[in-house]
Design a protein around this ligand. Structure first.
Ligand code: GLN
Length: 241
């Protein structure tokens, strides 16, 4: 088996170590003998948007989001939608998450239209949510940290990724964090997220592989180090939110 990983706008949307999510996806595939290739997709007409099995879209500053939002308003946004319709998965964090929704309204300046792949809408608040973020999801808990002013509200076509235990999550009001719609996940978990939440990394690997391969079964890995990092970060979140 082989896996095709696309890193969206790595030059503009890569803050707080979010690149680690791409490394985690690639390495967890390679540890299983799966040939994983990573390609960058940034501003300018993409030559092969039908290539990726799984896309990663990281966080960024408002000014980066302006440029990326404008790029996605053209053919690249339509190509990303088509890729998801053909079965590709997306994992997005913070600014990337916001731009997969219907729009992101920054604190200053005009609204940035989103791609509309996730049924969420985001408006910046006048304070930033910064700190550890611990989330309960139906499958397992998630640990990371958040740094965003955006308040995201999940619509009927998506469901929250989980419930906030420590931190603010989507908007600091309704105790939701993130959003899931089909094989697309958005969240506010920096950290980077997937190395400390290997179950979620494997969920995305399974979705990505299923796009072109049948009967995908991922053998378990020895996640002792990941568990240790996860437990330590969780302890810090619970005792020093
Ligand atoms: N600029 C957006 C916000 O502050 C996203 C920030 C980020 O990606 N960390 O909400």
């Amino acid at each position: 088996m082989d896996l095709r990983i696309a890193h969206l706008y790595p030059d503009l949307m890569n803050i707080y170590g979010d690149r680690g999510n791409v490394i985690a996806l690639s390495q967890r595939a390679k540890w299983r003998g799966i040939d994983a290739e990573v390609r960058s997709y940034s501003v300018g007409e993409w030559a092969d948007p039908e290539w990726p099995d799984v896309w990663f879209f990281g966080g960024g500053q408002d000014q980066g989001q302006d440029i990326v939002g404008a790029d996605l308003a053209g053919n690249n946004g339509a190509a990303l939608k088509k890729s998801v319709e053909s079965g590709a998965a997306i994992f997005s964090v913070c600014g990337g998450y916001q731009l997969l929704g219907h729009e992101y309204v920054p604190e200053t300046g005009p609204s940035i239209p989103g791609v509309g792949i996730l049924d969420v809408t985001t408006r910046a608040g006048n304070t930033r949510f910064v700190g550890n973020l611990l989330v309960n999801s139906p499958d397992a808990y998630l640990i990371g940290f958040e740094n965003h002013s955006g308040r995201t509200y999940v619509g009927a076509k998506a469901k929250p990724l989980g419930t906030v235990v420590v931190g603010n999550g989507n908007n600091g009001e309704d105790k939701t964090e993130g959003a899931v719609q089909g094989r697309v996940i958005g969240c506010y978990l920096h950290g980077s997220c997937l190395p400390k939440n290997p179950w979620l990394a494997d969920r995305l690997l399974g979705w990505g592989l299923a796009r072109r391969h049948d009967d995908v079964k991922l053998r378990p890995l020895d996640d002792a180090d990941e568990k240790s990092a996860r437990d330590q970060a969780t302890e810090v979140a619970r005792t020093r939110p």
